[in-house]
Design a protein around this ligand. Structure first.
Ligand SMILES: Cc1cc2nc3c(=O)[nH]c(=O)nc-3n(C[C@H](O)[C@H](O)[C@H](O)COP(=O)(O)O)c2cc1C
Length: 322
């Protein structure tokens, strides 16, 4: 798939997930076949102030290139400066968040609130594209309470966009309820740029079905990749008609250890312990014994103890149920 000038190995990309899609986890998603990974959403205002906690979110390594950096903000000047910074740093793609339903973000006029302020939304996109030196991508929703795509497209169609990603839910739906795939099909027919569909993709079958049913160019997968980072490679194999070699328990164990050692190197023992607990819980999601694992993981005082616990869990979860 060609997206914003990038030749991607497959249409299956990993979603931006605040608090989740950090660098160690993104590398695992990349190993699991994600053709493109996104940063967590980053405040353009925080970025131009070079706030340490914001800069932390922009860290990247060559192994994950191209990284899509996602920015949010409602001040075109700040967005332009943040985008120019991103260009200098060499990120592969710049995405602007116009879908976030969180009140704190909407109150600033950013995220999904921009869908209701067309003039400002266009100014933000124009400033971003100018600062980045090329067209940007945008991630949107259907509208606030109902499917408002016709109106949204009337102001997005002339914006300097390289692609549109549609999370096919309304803002009011948050992250629950059914995603409206027919709206993705509608957008694909209407938009002059590539369309990436998102929402209700829980398996590799769903990912391939979304491509077939909507005609979209790419499929973005978020929560399903937490427990199954190999969903991207599995979807690609399914689409291309070949068998997917399932990762062994040893491979899963090594993935967790790789995430842990990178988290330790990047963030030190305290934060790494917290992050690795999250990685383990996500990876074990839905497996029997996960409740016992959570309790015991909370008591671990250092990373090696935590990883020993995880090794035992992934090899023999039933032992932890006792
Ligand atoms: C914990 C969490 C954090 C999210 N953070 C972001 C974000 O930073 N930027 C964004 O555009 N979307 C964000 N989203 C939305 C996802 O990218 C995606 O659109 C949504 O989860 C639907 O896809 P899924 O069902 O495959 O997870 C977030 C969703 C969740 C659950």
């Amino acid at each position: 798939m060609l997206l914003a000038g990038l030749e991607l190995i497959s249409p299956f990309v990993a979603a931006p997930l605040a608090g989740v899609s950090n660098l160690p986890f993104r590398l695992t998603l990349k190993k699991g076949g994600a053709s493109l990974v996104y940063s967590e959403m980053i405040s353009s205002a925080g970025l131009i102030r070079q706030q340490p906690q914001t800069l932390r979110l922009t860290r990247t390594l060559e192994e994950e290139a191209p990284l899509a950096l996602q920015l949010f903000g409602a001040d075109p000047a700040a967005m332009g400066k943040a985008a120019a910074w991103a260009r200098k740093r060499g990120y592969g793609l710049l995405d602007i968040n116009m879908g976030c339903p969180v009140r704190k973000v909407r109150r600033q006029g950013a995220g999904s609130a921009l869908l209701d302020t067309p003039d400002l939304a266009r100014q933000v996109l124009e400033a971003a594209a100018q600062g980045f030196g090329q067209a940007v991508t945008v991630k949107i929703r259907l509208g606030y309470k109902h499917n408002d795509l016709e109106r949204i497209m009337s102001f997005l169609e002339d914006a300097p966009l390289a692609a549109i990603c549609l999370h096919a839910r309304t803002v009011a739906q948050g992250y629950g309820g059914r995603a409206c795939w027919p709206a993705i099909a509608w957008l694909k027919k209407r938009a002059a740029v590539p369309v990436v569909g998102n929402g209700d993709v829980k398996s590799a079958d769903d990912a391939v079905a979304m491509l077939a049913q909507t005609g979209c160019d790419g499929v973005m997968i978020g929560r399903a990749a937490l427990a199954d980072p190999y969903i991207f490679a599995r979807a690609r194999a399914l689409r291309e008609g070949h068998a997917f070699p399932e990762p062994s328990l040893e491979e899963i164990r090594l993935d967790l250890h790789a995430q842990a050692s990178l988290a330790l190197r990047l963030d030190g023992p305290g934060l790494a312990l917290h992050l690795v607990r999250q990685f383990i819980m996500w990876r074990g999601g839905g497996k029997p014994g996960i409740g016992a694992l959570r309790r015991r993981a909370g008591m671990c005082k250092d990373l090696s103890e935590l990883l020993r616990l995880a090794d035992n869990f992934f090899y023999a979860p039933e032992k932890l149920c006792a």
